[in-house]
Design a binder for this molecule. Structure first.
Ligand code: ATP
Ligand code: MG
Length: 389
């Protein structure tokens, strides 16, 4: 029986990249895993009970790998739950829960830390990118050859110390192992994620296989990642189209949040970085900005065309036929209309759910009880295998 697990960090409102790369697939996996329940929901009748096999987590422990202000974190967690429900996660079909409320994640995490070579995590792209980002000010701290400092003001030194201490913590290095625990504690077999998580998912399968080999038992299945093909796998920043769209990007203009108003969406897309080439063409290498807008349009336009399965040549041909004569500005209007049409009902539902905190809290508490039951079943086998039972 397939078991699905995925997560999202409460580091801000989900954006279009989260939606296209992950959340939308969460909903379709939920609906295909529980067809009887999906039909009941569509007909407005009571859903038949079935064992939980689709789990979605608010990854609050992961979000602590970067500094979080407590009151703000609390609000982000609540808001993220509203966003997921608004996107179509249904509590009768999916288990929705906060990672920190199911302590088996942290317990299995520790056991896996103790079996994972440091080099496996220090090799991860995300960690290396972070190191690189911070290596410049660290060298500046070495000072000059004659023993004087490198001319930094007290304020510079203060802010470097703050950034380095706040950013390069042990949690940030090792969180891919906790991610493995998140998945393996439910013996999940499939993990729907965006392409930026491909390397971490591969690490999870290494950890599962080495754990099984070490203890001589098939304790964990090896999970598969489900990454959208081509068009929707990685939505890029509207400002810098060579970087992925991220919740943690300080530039608000870089992303469209799923609760943005139609006016916000229009103005963000109008100002999105493109180029001065005339006519719209599909050219990922030399026109990343235009291509990103095309990917967004293809992922959301309602005709049902199978853009995802087309080759680069087919995509280029179709795009030229359709938009070749259009100015960037007119094309941006077309993209805006599709995005606004798609996000308007979701935004409405988020605004409604924000006013119903008691309902949202109950959904999470129910989810946590179900998740803990499943996780405990796995942990009993794990503790026995390790010698802790
Ligand atoms: P943060 O910057 O705080 O890490 P994030 O935008 O990367 O936020 P996550 O919570 O880390 O979001 O990831 C949630 C899911 O969204 C993951 O499955 C991830 O692969 C996917 N995802 C994140 N960004 C994109 C993107 N730009 N395009 C497609 N999928 C994405
Ligand atoms: Mg991320």
């Amino acid at each position: 029986r397939p078991v699905t697990l995925s997560g999202i960090q409460p580091t801000g409102m989900p954006h279009l990249g989260n939606y296209i790369g992950a959340l939308r697939n969460w909903v379709s996996l939920q609906d295909s895993a529980q067809p009887a329940q999906a039909a009941a929901a569509a007909a407005g009748t009571a859903a038949p009970p079935s064992p939980p096999s689709v789990l979605y987590m608010l990854a609050d422990l992961h979000s602590l790998t970067v500094p979080q202000e407590p009151a703000r974190l609390r609000a982000s967690i609540r808001d993220l739950a509203c966003a997921l429900l608004a996107c179509g996660i249904r509590p009768d079909a999916s288990v929705l829960f906060r990672q920190s409320r199911v302590p088996q994640h942290a317990e299995l995490g520790w056991l896996l830390f103790c079996r994972s070579p440091v080099s496996w995590v220090s090799r991860m792209h995300q960690w290396r990118a972070k190191l690189q980002l911070l290596s410049v000010p660290e060298t500046a701290l070495d000072g000059t050859a004659d023993g004087r400092d490198a001319g930094l003001s007290d304020q510079d030194i203060g802010s470097i110390a703050e950034t380095v201490a706040g950013s390069l913590n042990v949690g940030l290095l090792s969180y891919p192992i906790l991610q493995a625990a998140d998945i393996l504690v439910y013996r999940a077999t499939q993990v729907p994620v965006g392409e930026d998580q491909a390397q971490h998912l591969h690490l999870t399968s290494l950890i599962a296989r080495s754990f099984n080999a070490h203890y001589g038992k098939q304790i964990f299945p090896v999970p598969q990642s489900l990454i959208p093909p081509t068009t929707g796998k990685r939505i890029m920043s509207l400002r810098v189209p060579t970087a992925k769209m991220s919740k943690s990007d300080p530039a608000e203009q870089s992303r469209i949040n799923i609760d943005d108003s139609p006016d916000d969406i229009r103005s963000k897309i109008r100002r999105a970085t493109t180029d001065s080439v005339r006519g719209v063409t599909y050219d990922p290498q030399s026109r990343p900005g235009v291509t990103n807008l095309l990917h967004i349009w293809m992922s959301l336009e309602p005709s049902g065309t199978k853009w995802e399965s087309m080759s680069q040549e087919e995509l280029a041909e179709q795009v030229s036929a359709r938009f070749g004569a259009m100015s960037n500005q007119d094309f941006k209007n077309v993209v805006t209309d599709v995005v606004v049409g798609h996000l308007t009902p979701i935004r409405g539902e988020i605004l409604r759910l924000r006013k119903d905190a008691a309902y949202v809290e109950k959904v999470l508490a129910d989810g946590e009880a179900q998740a803990a039951r499943l996780a405990e079943r796995t942990m009993r086998d794990v503790r026995r295998a390790v010698g802790l039972a």
